[in-house]
Design a protein around this ligand. Structure first.
Ligand code: ARG
Length: 465
């Protein structure tokens, strides 16, 4: 008989058992479920809702079940629907009648909510650790390539020269915000719903403060109806995860381009590339492409859960069982993507010479020529026009700005003197960018230093997460 079978005159249809069950996916929560149950049993014992002896038996039984599951000795059953009832049934089978007392002052509604929160809290911790590794790698790459010149693009057209170190530190900022968002999300995940009952609390003399301490939550959900009704913390997590994926995906897109013969800026290591079944010469950046592709999955998960929740009256509705597949899928994909991405960029070959060469023929110093004229008293808009004409002349005569002689410069403006030839050197175009936050070496050094401090602070505050 089902654990809730008393009210029923006949069995549910087999097809409904199959349809209703979540055990195929929520078995992932077995550990959290048992940890939550042990805390609950301790609390019942402490509050004398069950006797000392009963409490001990239940806790012992639960610990044994945990061991058995971990040893692969347990087969979950669809008949018991979900992880909560499977474990309860295993307990009753193991310790008899006293096992039936575990579900006193509790509902699956607060049970599932606490399980998900315990699970997610740990996963956020893991994901943050992986982001931290990525931040570290970006910092190392940035240090190494603080002088590596590369074109900076807008509209994917060569715009102004920058350094690879500067480019890497731009992503550092993005992933730093992603890290902070995850930490912030954790503040709302780490709140305890247990003790909320089905929706209206319970009539027993319980101690939720004790449960909170036992399970290491920051706070207790203030309103029990809210505690069992909402999954906004899941939505927030998937939304933050979507942002991580969006950043990874943009970075991957750049690397895929850079890895092409057309750009030829980087080469993915063999260990992070794959071949073609037909074209023997191919070496494809599949890892980067897959990360870009998996971003779609995570966005889909966000819409999935948002849509599940949008029309639900309070409190629990079975629709909410559908929260777990998108949540688990997001956790798995974000974790693997951050990890593999970090390994991929750490091992890729960077072709400095090609990067620098690419800054030569895109008129990337045109803005610097205009700035030169401004410093000699020409209004910026007029200087822009003069340089525009110079570029047109160069295009028509198949020249770069560097190819022009001082005499040619002078035909566009009398203001040009000898020093223009220095001002247009690509290295100088970077070092002359004085504004705060620019690619000038000293600025990137500052960024690296502040990044280092951020990572050190994280290491010091690990407990906070
Ligand atoms: N398997 C269910 C879920 O994941 C557990 C909660 C069921 N509660 C209930 N009242 N049916 O959402």
């Amino acid at each position: 008989m089902k654990l809730w079978g008393g009210r029923f005159a006949k069995d549910t249809a087999a097809i409904v058992d199959e349809f209703n069950a979540s055990i195929s996916f929520d078995q992932k929560l077995y550990k959290q479920d048992i940890i939550g149950s042990i805390a609950h049993a301790k609390m019942l014992k402490k509050c004398k809702v069950i006797t000392e002896e009963e409490g001990k038996e239940i806790i012992k039984g639960l610990k044994e079940i945990l061991k058995d599951i971990e040893a692969g000795k347990v087969e979950f059953q669809i008949d018991y629907e979900d992880i909560h009832m499977n474990i309860e049934k295993l307990l009753i089978d193991r310790i008899g009648e006293v096992g039936k007392k575990l579900h006193t002052a509790r509902s699956r509604n607060d049970q599932v909510a606490v399980d998900i929160r315990l699970y997610l809290r740990d996963k956020i911790d893991d994901i943050c650790e992986k982001i931290k590794n990525l931040l570290n790698t970006l910092m190392v790459l940035s240090k190494e390539h603080i002088d590596t010149i590369i074109p900076g693009y807008t509209h994917l057209q060569r715009a102004q020269p920058i350094t690879l170190g500067y480019h890497m530190m731009a992503y550092f900022q993005m992933f730093k915000r992603d890290y902070l968002r995850m930490m912030d999300c954790c503040k709302r995940v780490n709140i305890m719903p247990l003790g909320a009952g089905a929706l209206a609390g319970t009539t027993y003399n319980t101690d939720r403060e004790f449960l909170k301490e036992e399970l290491g939550f920051f706070e207790i959900c203030e309103n029990s109806l809210d505690a069992v009704s909402d999954r906004d913390f899941v939505i927030e997590f998937i939304s933050d995860a979507s942002m991580i994926m969006m950043h990874l995906s943009r970075f991957c897109e750049e690397l895929i381009l850079w890895n092409s013969a057309e750009f030829n800026f980087v080469e993915m290591d063999d260990a992070y590339s794959t071949g073609s079944s037909i074209m023997p010469q191919k070496k494809n950046p599949d890892v980067a492409e897959l990360i870009r592709g998996k971003t779609g999955r995570v966005y889909g998960n966000l819409f999935n859960i948002l849509t599940i929740m949008k029309g639900l009256p309070l409190a629990y509705n079975k629709d909410m069982q559908e929260d777990k597949p998108p949540l688990f899928d997001t956790v798995e994909n974000v974790s693997i993507c951050v990890e593999i991405f970090e390994k991929m960029i750490k091992t890729m070959k960077i072709k400095k010479e090609n990067m620098k060469k690419a800054t030569k023929d895109g008129f990337m110093n045109a803005t610097d020529v205009a700035d030169y004229l401004v410093k000699k008293g020409v209004a910026f808009r007029s200087a822009h026009e003069v340089v525009g004409k110079m570029v047109l002349y160069c295009v028509q005569h198949n020249k770069t700005i560097e190819d022009l002689t001082l005499e040619e410069f002078k035909t566009f403006s009398r203001v040009f003197t000898e020093d223009i030839l220095e001002a247009i050197k690509i290295e100088n175009c970077i070092s002359s960018k004085k504004s705060q936050g620019s690619p000038k070496k000293q600025n990137v050094e500052k960024m690296i230093l502040s990044g280092k401090k951020f990572i050190e602070a994280l290491e010091g505050n690990k407990e906070m997460i």
